[in-house]
Design a protein around this ligand. Structure first.
Ligand code: OSB
Ligand code: MG
Length: 373
């Protein structure tokens, strides 16, 4: 099919609760939604770059530039029969994985719809529900954290991830572990520590954590390998894995024993699936990370997590955990099942519909690209 038209929608939504990590506190969440048109169908993708270069060096502004000036011109008017056609046309662009993922994933949705298949089936997924957990940000104090954990456990989340940073680590993990001795629990430092903090991680080693996510520098693999060698608990890399090559290098030097796959961070569903396959071949479990996506990005995450080696619960919570009722720009909402899973949509493509009025209400700017034959 020929790509006839592409739209960029820069939107911003209020978060249901502020989300605080070691790199900052977010009250609203921006993103760029990408719509791709061909043969009477529309595919949607979400670019997860944020307002500032905090989680990643990409921002909404850099992604707007790279999409509009390089990526969209590379596929506008092109014949596309498979995602590989898009990946090939993007190959000249170095870096900018979040920008690439927003557009590539929109084409995945389009092609899955053209095949009449749910995105999960088009990707090769094998599940009709995916196990999930919840990621809990840094709280004002320990009691607030315990209340928040209690609320999510009562809501049915069977796995909890706590954000940590220096001064908010061993004592808070101990407090949660004492109250919930059997709860599947993991922590995420978002690169807030150095190797000199190894004693902190040796203490965390006693709490039977599922994994410790991204403790050290966001680009480093070597020091993660040194830390992993001192610990019983698996290290899991997030920020350090920005392409299939990073995953290969990390496995080669045993920098981690688990990988968090975020489709935006690695540059799209093609790269995400390649990392999944590589990890499966090495016996390394993966799970699907989240970037506080709208239902568009969440639908892509749910589809990805149906691949067989996604053997740990994902950061794919119910829609209500992220945005106030009636605000998310796509429907239907994702709901939490009693067994701490989320059901995989069965309609063709992403299986969610963008609601034009909600999109318009959340939109800050828009740009349209039309193919002139
Ligand atoms: O490090 O996993 C992270 C959200 C924004 C930026 C980075 C991270 C996160 C999360 C939230 O942990 C996961 C979710 O979307 O539920
Ligand atoms: Mg993380």
């Amino acid at each position: 099919m020929r790509i006839e038209r592409v739209e960029l929608h820069h939107i911003e939504l209020p978060l249901a609760h502020p989300f605080e990590t070691s790199f900052g506190r977010e009250v609203t969440r921006p993103c760029i939604l990408v719509a791709v048109y061909a043969d009477g169908l529309t595919g949607w993708g979400e670019c997860v770059a944020g307002d500032g270069p905090w989680f990643s060096c990409e921002t909404v502004e850099t992604a707007w530039h790279i999409l509009g000036d390089f990526l969209i011109p590379a596929i506008l008017g092109a014949e596309v029969a498979s995602p590989a056609d898009v990946v090939r046309r993007f190959r000249r662009v170095r870096g900018h994985p979040m920008a690439r993922a927003g557009l590539e994933n929109a084409v995945w949705d389009l092609l899955a719809q053209a095949e009449g298949l749910p995105l999960a089936a088009y990707l090769g997924g094998v599940r009709d529900r995916v196990p999930v957990g919840v990621s809990i940000g840094i709280q004002p104090d320990r009691d607030a954290l315990l209340d928040r954990v209690a609320r999510y456990v009562e809501a049915g989340y069977g796995r909890v991830k706590l954000k940590i940073k220096p001064g908010w680590d061993v004592a808070v993990v101990r407090a949660v572990r004492e109250r919930w001795p059997d709860l599947p629990l993991q922590v995420d430092a978002n690169s807030a520590y150095t190797l000199a903090d190894a004693p902190v991680f040796r203490e965390l080693d006693q709490f039977d954590l599922l994994l410790i996510e991204q403790p050290l520098h966001y680009e480093d693999l070597v020091e993660h390998a040194r830390l992993q060698a001192q610990l019983r608990t698996p290290l899991c890399l997030d920020e350090s894995i920005r392409s299939p090559e990073h995953a290969r290098w990390a496995l080669e030097i045993a920098a981690c024993r688990v990988i968090n796959i975020k489709v935006g961070r690695v540059g799209g569903l093609t790269a995400a699936r390649a990392i999944h396959d590589l990890c499966a071949a090495h016996g390394v479990p993966v799970w699907c990370g989240g970037m506080l996506e709208t239902n568009v990005g969440r639908a892509a995450n749910v589809a990805l997590a149906t691949l067989p080696n996604f053997s740990l619960p994902g950061d794919i919570s119910a829609s209500a955990r992220y945005y106030p009722p009636g605000r998310d720009i796509a429907a239907p909402d994702f709901l939490l099942n009693d067994d701490s899973t989320i059901s995989v949509p069965t309609a063709p493509g992403l299986g969610v519909r963008v609601i034009p009025e909600r999109l318009a209400a959340a939109r800050l700017r828009e740009r349209t690209f039309v193919w002139q034959s």
